[in-house]
Design a protein around this ligand. Structure first.
Ligand SMILES: Nc1ncnc2c1ncn2[C@@H]1O[C@H](COP(=O)(O)OP(=O)(O)OP(=O)(O)O)[C@@H](O)[C@H]1O
Length: 251
């Protein structure tokens, strides 16, 4: 379980988002993180994943305070998928996935047969096997996004945080991927918290929702969004209409 207590996240002394009280993310949940541009979703994800940008408060993972977990153990517990291309563009897709097995390799970093099996299985599952020997720098944004998600799955952490994992995907891949992630969470007892602007898809698929609105972080059941007022509050616009958790364009 991830437990967050009285958290304030932000930059310097400037608080971007906060929650007074406890938030707990249990195992086997797909959780959407929603909010308008600049509301603090990426800041919150980084705070939970790496302790960056925490001004006040405490994050614990499986009952251990984040700071007390050794880096190697932490990399078996929690991972984050960001949008930036912060790795060598000359690495192949397979090499990128191999690197994410590092927490499980021996002192010379040699992969075991099981590591290769896991990589092959994930390449197949995420329909990436045809791209396995392509250099990262030659991939389209959407292909790379799917590779980075596959990389986090290969790392096999209890918790995965993702910053807009479907932003570059076409509508088929968006729906397929989110459904795959939900199945992955439920079948393997993992929890994924992901920031998204795909509100409709998120509300159709996710088990829970975290919202950030006017600096306040809130944790909801998905069912709570059948009350249209909540969506209207978070995304106020005269051009949108909300009904039973669905969003229409009212031009
Ligand atoms: N390095 C930084 N230093 C100071 N302020 C920052 C920094 N990075 C982000 N911010 C500010 O923090 C606030 C929250 O930004 P954040 O990127 O977390 O929002 P977001 O909800 O992820 O936005 P989006 O949906 O547009 O991706 C914004 O006002 C942003 O300008």
């Amino acid at each position: 379980m991830i437990q967050i207590e009285n958290i304030q996240v932000g930059y310097g002394h400037c608080v971007v988002a906060e929650f007074a009280g406890d938030i707990a993310f249990a195992k086997a949940r797909l959780i959407a993180l929603i909010g308008t541009n600049g509301s603090g979703k990426s800041t919150f994800l980084r705070a939970v994943a790496s302790g960056e940008h925490i001004i006040n408060g405490k994050v614990s993972i499986n009952n251990q305070k984040w700071q007390n977990i050794a880096p190697r153990d932490r990399s078996k517990l929690i991972s984050i998928v960001l949008t930036e291309r912060a790795f060598s563009q000359f690495l192949t897709v397979r090499e990128l996935l191999e690197l994410s097995r590092a927490p499980y390799t021996n002192y010379i970093g040699k992969l075991a047969a099981m590591d290769h099996e896991i990589i092959d299985e994930v390449l197949e599952k995420f329909d990436l096997h045809k791209l396995h020997d392509r250099k990262a720098g030659t991939l389209s944004d959407g292909q790379l996004q799917r590779v980075l998600i596959a990389r986090a799955i290969v790392q096999d952490t209890d918790y995965i945080l993702m910053d807009e994992p479907t932003s570059h995907l076409d509508i088929n891949h968006k729906a397929d991927l989110l459904l795959q992630l939900k199945e992955y969470c439920h079948e393997h007892d993992k929890t994924i918290l992901f920031a998204t602007h795909e509100i409709q898809l998120a509300l159709s698929l996710c088990d829970e929702v975290v919202s950030i609105h006017k600096g306040s972080i809130a944790h909801h059941t998905t069912a709570k969004f059948h009350d249209s007022k909540l969506l209207q509050q978070i995304f106020p616009s005269k051009n949108l209409s909300f009904k039973n958790g669905t969003i229409g364009f009212d031009f």
